[in-house]
Design a binder for this molecule. Sequence first.
Ligand code: DI6
Ligand code: FE
Length: 424
Amino acid sequence: MWDSLLINARLATMVEGKAPYGAVESGALGIANGRIAWLGSLDDLTARPGALAKKIYDLDGRWVTPGLIDCHTHLVYGGDRAGEFEQRLGGASYAEIAKAGGGIISTVKATREADADSLFAASLPRLQALMAEGVTTVEIKSGYGLEPEQEIKQLSVARRLGETQPVTVHKTFLGAHAVPPEYKDGRNGGAEAYIQSMIALLPRLKQEQLADSVDAFCETIAFDADQVARLFEAAAAEGLPVRLHADQLSDGGGAALAARFKALSAEHLEYANEHGIKAMAKAGTVAVLLPGAFYTLKDETAPPVAAFRKAGVEMAVATDCNPGSSPVSSLLSVLNMACILFGLTPEEALSGATRIAAKALGLADSHGTLEIGKVADLVVWDIERPAELAYRLGFNPLNLVIRGGKRLQPTPKASLQACTTGDP
Ligand code: DI6
Ligand code: FE
């Protein structure tokens, strides 16, 4: 007996190579022990639904997708940067503000000043906004502490969010996000000494399970390729996978660097070059596209989507939720931006927030598609076709969320129509 069974469902399985969206019309999906136990056409059920499962959800033709995955966020931070938003509207650039001591460093100040409880309280509404749109897995980076205990505070808050909320949190250590004031302009040994202090932290992060992966910002205003390479070598020695903020503001050879270390993903990539793209394809490194940052910074160079397609680099799509370059807590809006601004198809965008996002987090075996054996994280939507998830801006057609086989209560919308019955 399964725990539950969804009937009269249209399943966007997101499995590659089948029908668009991996769709199964008139579908059914059985769940047992938090995993997908069966899925297929309703006609292929071997008995009447009530004989197969304890609880039946009649979805009345609604679409079901895998739980959405936001594979790149910086959502744990203190303060805000609305003042900087005004400065940028007045003509200042992101890099200029950063060089003048604003930007990431101003969020570092606010984050350091916040204790763990207030950081948790400030971050929770951002996470809840994502979850209200069907996000069941989220990556959260550190990188606003830039000092060992402060980075640990941020990662601990990320962990606590995952322990207290019905969402899977992947924690990424981004100590190499910016050079903190203590090491700026050669102070205390400069960027070199700072990177060394972050490398020294890795064994503890690994031991205390505070990080699932390691990230860095490779950019003229952040760290150079040699410094990143040293960090990545140390991460590999700890058995921690890596990812990289690469080629966001300029071509720094970030794509090739990420590929050289078999990174799970390289992110932003607006200025990625041909050589880097080929190397990513060979290494199986996912390109994480972040249209929220492109939009907010009014960037004019879009990432080379056509070249990624041609080379066979898989593209994920994520919010980059952060207070500076992407104050965005809506993954559905980002799906729309990925289509409008970067030219993705709605199917590519949705794949980028499900199957490919799972791969970017090293979770391809357990998450990201509707397949037998995978974790039963799924979302039921009030839509007529999957493209609607990327079509609208500012409208949330979510009907219900099932995570790890359990229906989340309360569902974000009260207007649930899908009926649940016992043995019909
Ligand atoms: N690139 C980004 O877009 C974020 N970090 C990064 O390396 C921005 C973070 C911020 O501005 O606070
Ligand atoms: Fe980012």
